[in-house]
Design a protein. Structure first.
Ligand SMILES: Cc1ncc(COP(=O)(O)O)c(C=O)c1O
Length: 493
């Protein structure tokens, strides 16, 4: 039987919904839609009957009837004859396409990273760094001397070179998650890893739990696989464990994709106690918990934590050298149980036949000395983070920011829903932005903007001044703001 929500519980979730000046039914429908999009009202849940909700909210039954029919028309409620409507996300309706935008082209992303940033723009859509030059260069020089020994072989290896898998496994073991090299598969980055995992485990229409907000390219990978994202919102203080547990128990998604280590875009870190609870809830629901640890090394405040893999045998972890060393290495990995890795390996061969040998030889050196470039990198990022927060405080004090414990970006909360409009006019001011709604499903996060602190303070200053000028223009022209509802499809990392 589908889970259901009682009138009293829904009335609590709705809070003071009737504050707008429009008709009451529209206000009720708007707040209900947001609750569904935020994941606070889970998908496939039967809403209370019209009679019980109208009496709990002390409004006429006509108000509730009209609100429910509006949600039905927009595709947020199923329209079972006589039965209570169930919540859903309108992917295949005209309204749904307006919310989601056009279906991504084959392969997911609409624009390839790195190809489209016009010359001269300060790029705030990428949350990435240049290579830690000397360290990467040295690793390739050493790899070149090792290459001749491998040339007599075929060069294909779906799992990856053993010395690299050994080095990655040793790092997990040292961090508290004992790991054998047979539990590692080397991939062409974390995004490749996620694509393989989804392809191996999920069928079309399967549910995939995601944090809301989440990493845009991961959301694109979920959509490209024609799976249904189940978004779960954060509280003001971090992960909402009761909401995650209830989404897992009620929706039983095939996969739950989380970024516990310096979550992109918020920069938060999940405490070990929550990791344990989440891993337990996922295992109980039969859901494969996928922990993306791409940003794990960017621990700006030195917060201790244990890799998610230590909390459950069925956890699948994703790692990458993109943030600690360089995105251009295109080297990442999956850590999972041995049978699961075998399953990923057979899925992989439909996509590619393994990673390039030179990159893997170099990566083995980098992973063995993974901490080497970190002190200087973290020092620089701490300085940039402080500079960006101070600049925002000085020039855009109404924008709310929390200090991220790590990662590469600040997730700002804006007083007005202008994220898309800002993104559209940003190039006129010399900057490129990623609109807040790219980080969510169904048009959420129009009041949010991710700002990376990957640029040096002088560039950050120019960027914040440009943002302020763009914001002032929109404040002075509300008509303009309302008309700019579609952001151009830009590459995001
Ligand atoms: C959370 C997260 N996952 C995956 C990626 C992509 O990583 P890669 O370059 O290894 O594909 C990024 C890059 O920003 C990220 O932040």
């Amino acid at each position: 039987m589908a889970p259901s929500l009682g009138a009293a519980a829904l009335s609590r979730l709705l809070g003071p919904w009737n504050r707008g000046s429009g008709p009451a039914y529209r206000g009720l429908a708007d707040v209900l839609r947001l609750l569904i999009l935020d994941g606070r009202v889970p998908l496939d849940t039967a809403l209370p009957s019209e009679r019980s909700l109208s009496s709990a909210l002390e409004v006429s039954r006509t108000t509730v009837t009209a609100a429910y029919s509006s949600l039905r028309e927009q595709g947020f409620l199923s329209s079972g004859q006589g039965s209570r409507g169930r919540t859903r996300i309108p992917e295949n309706t005209t309204f749904g396409r307006a919310l989601y935008g056009p279906r991504p082209a084959a392969g997911g992303a609409q624009v390839a990273p790195g190809l489209t940033a016009p010359e001269g723009l300060v790029d705030l859509a990428y949350s990435a760094l240049p290579a830690s030059g000397e360290v990467v260069h040295r690793a390739f020089a050493a790899a070149l001397t090792e290459l001749p020994a491998l040339l007599p072989g075929f060069g294909y290896d779906a799992l990856g070179l053993l010395p690299l898998r050994q080095a990655i496994a040793d790092r997990y073991s040292a961090a508290g998650a004992p790991t054998q090299p047979s539990q590692i598969m080397v991939t062409s980055g974390a995004q490749h890893a996620l694509t393989i995992i989804i392809r191996a485990l999920a069928d079309r229409q399967d549910r995939i739990l995601v944090e809301h907000p989440s990493y845009p390219n991961a959301l694109d990978a979920v959509r490209a696989a024609h799976c249904r994202p189940v978004p779960v919102a954060f509280t003001d203080n971090g992960w909402d464990l009761p909401a995650l547990e209830s989404a897992l128990a009620q929706q039983r998604p095939t996969i739950a994709y989380v970024i516990p280590d310096f979550h992109n875009p918020t920069g938060m870190i999940m405490p070990d106690s929550q990791r344990r609870r989440l891993a337990r809830a996922a295992a109980a629901a039969g859901t494969v918990l996928v922990a993306d640890e791409t940003l794990r090394e960017l621990n700006l405040d030195g917060v201790p934590s244990t890799p998610m893999a230590a909390f459950g045998k069925t956890v699948v972890s994703i790692g990458s050298l993109s943030k600690s060393h360089w995105g251009g290495l295109r080297t990442g990995w999956i850590r999972a149980s041995e049978p699961m890795i075998q399953r990923f390996a057979s899925t992989r061969t439909a996509l590619d036949l393994g990673g390039p040998v030179m990159e893997q030889l170099a990566a083995a050196h980098l992973v063995r000395a993974l901490d080497e470039p970190l002190p200087a990198l973290l020092d620089m990022l701490r300085g940039n983070r402080a500079a960006l927060l101070a600049l925002l405080q000085d020039h855009l004090p109404e924008w709310e920011t929390a200090v991220p414990a790590g990662g590469l970006s600040v997730w700002c909360r804006l007083p007005t829903p202008i994220s898309t409009a800002l993104t559209v006019i940003a190039p006129d001011y010399g900057i490129r932005l990623a609109a807040g709604p790219r980080f969510g499903v169904g048009g959420a996060f129009e009041r949010n903007l991710r700002l990376p602190f990957t640029l040096p303070p002088e560039k950050l200053e120019a960027a914040v001044l440009a943002l302020k000028a763009a914001r002032d223009r929109l404040d002075a022209a509300p008509q303009l703001r309302r008309s700019l509802t579609h952001a151009p499809a830009v590459a995001i990392a």
